[in-house]
Write a protein that binds this ligand. Structure first.
Ligand code: GTP
Length: 416
């Protein structure tokens, strides 16, 4: 192993005050500049039944038409469709990936509907992990496809959450930041909505489903975030139709009895969702994904492979030691398998030889038995032949005698 160096302890450090300006106070500016240059990526997963308004809401959130195709209701399995777009606002570049479930909730047997979603999320974590493990890593320009937020579309039934929703959220809550939203909220009345929201939250709590909480540790946004946590799940309306209201083009849903304005806070929680998701907490969602969900995935994968930080007696273990231990264990296992195979080979050979011998003996016995039968048949035939020969001899004798008698009789007749 490598020689171990003593690690510096916390009390080895001395706090000093500078006597003049050095310049590292511009570090935050450098950081911002660098980040802006590189751009940001944000990946949204929309989980919801076919036609629950996923594409319309994403169009409304980013105020653009992404032209997402309409899905069929007749897929045998749930699939995921990812599309990546580059958006620019001021001088900030955002690489946005929208992943939509296709065919979710359409199958008669919905038991495994969540599995493709879990697999998709894990696959993105795995891709990142593989990049980290490479000797030549390029994490700086790596297109990070890990899902930063899952917008979970709840149908506006006004009743309880469906078992499919509970099961899916339960299987996703340790893997992704879930923001539950009530879609098509224009189809539910104000009082029904209040009740429905309460019911949803209490069912989530009683089923220990962890949904994303807007962080309250940053002073500048803590108050707003705390209030918004109380409004969850947001009841949202989306629309691709725009009309002009007071010199402004706004998204609306027009009905014979009136108009729902998507961005009107009295009509729905759309603006709250957009504020929270895009303006205030996008970076926190990205951070949580890396620090919490990816970290958990990475830990489980490493433990699965036999790596650990502590030994059986709680002593720290270095990855190299673990690697060496794993390797020697693997080598021993390999040797054991080789020996087992060799033994199996010898045993098989022995068995084959014994089988061959037995087969030969059986063939010999069979041959002898057949020879015996032949012999017996031959003897029988011989006996029969003898009897026939005797009969022929007796017949001939009889014939000679008869002929003799006949000739004697004819001679005496002539004489007479
Ligand atoms: P797939 O991608 O095909 O699974 O559908 P989706 O979930 O993306 O739904 P989409 O956005 O295509 O909307 C389906 C239908 O619902 C369309 O006719 C929309 O106009 C309508 N719709 C979308 N949002 C809302 C809403 O907030 N309220 C109401 N009432 N209808 C909506």
């Amino acid at each position: 192993g490598l020689p171990m160096c003593p690690l510096p302890q916390d009390d080895d450090y001395r706090a000093l005050s500078l006597s003049g300006h050095v310049g590292f106070s511009t570090l935050p500016d450098q950081l911002v500049k660098k980040s802006i240059g590189r751009g940001f990526c944000f990946n949204i997963l929309c989980v919801g039944e076919t036609g629950s308004g996923k594409s319309t809401l994403i169009n409304s959130l980013f105020n653009i038409s992404f032209d997402d195709p309409v899905s069929t209701h007749f897929l045998p399995k749930v699939k995921l469709r990812a599309q990546t777009y580059e958006l620019q606002e001021s001088n900030i570049l955002l690489k946005l990936t929208v992943v939509n479930t296709v065919g979710f909730g359409d199958q008669i047997n919905k038991e495994d509907s969540y599995q493709p979603i879990v697999d998709y999320i894990d696959a993105q974590f795995e891709a990142y992990l593989q990049e980290e493990w490479k000797i030549k890593r390029s994490l700086f320009n790596y297109h990070d496809s890990r899902i930063h937020v899952c917008l979970y579309f709840i149908s506006p039934t006004g009743h309880f959450l469906k078992p499919l929703d509970l099961l899916t959220m339960k299987s996703l809550d340790s893997k992704v930041n879930i923001i539950p939203i009530i879609g098509k909220a224009d189809s539910i009345t104000k009082s029904e909505l209040r009740n429905f929201k309460n019911k949803i939250m209490s069912v989530l709590v009683s089923n220990h489903i962890q949904i994303y909480q807007f962080p309250t540790d940053d002073e500048t946004v803590s108050k707003m975030n705390a209030i918004m946590n109380g409004h969850m799940p947001f009841a949202v309306v989306g629309s691709d139709e725009k009309v002009q209201i007071e010199n402004k083009m706004v998204r609306v849903r027009q009905y014979p009895w009136g108009t729902v304005q998507v961005e009107n806070e009295n009509h729905c929680d759309f603006v709250k969702l957009r504020e929270m998701l895009i303006c205030t907490n996008m970076e926190d969602l990205r951070e949580q994904t890396h620090a919490q969900h990816y970290e958990l995935y990475r830990r489980c994968r490493l433990e699965e492979m036999g790596f650990r930080d502590m030994g059986p007696g709680n002593e720290p273990v270095s990855p190299q030691e673990v690697y060496e231990a794993e390797w020697s264990e693997f080598y021993l296992e390999l040797q054991r398998e080789e020996n087992e195979l060799r033994e199996q080979y010898v045993q098989r050979k022995k068995e084959k030889a014994a089988m061959f011998k037995e087969e030969k003996q059986q063939q010999l016995a069979k041959h002898e038995h057949q020879m015996q039968i032949l012999e017996e048949a031959h003897l029988k035939l011989e006996k029969k032949k003898k009897v026939l020969e005797d009969e022929i001899a007796a017949f001939l004798e009889k014939k000679v005698k008869t002929e003799l008698l006949q000739s004697e009789a004819s001679i005496s007749a002539i004489a007479v």
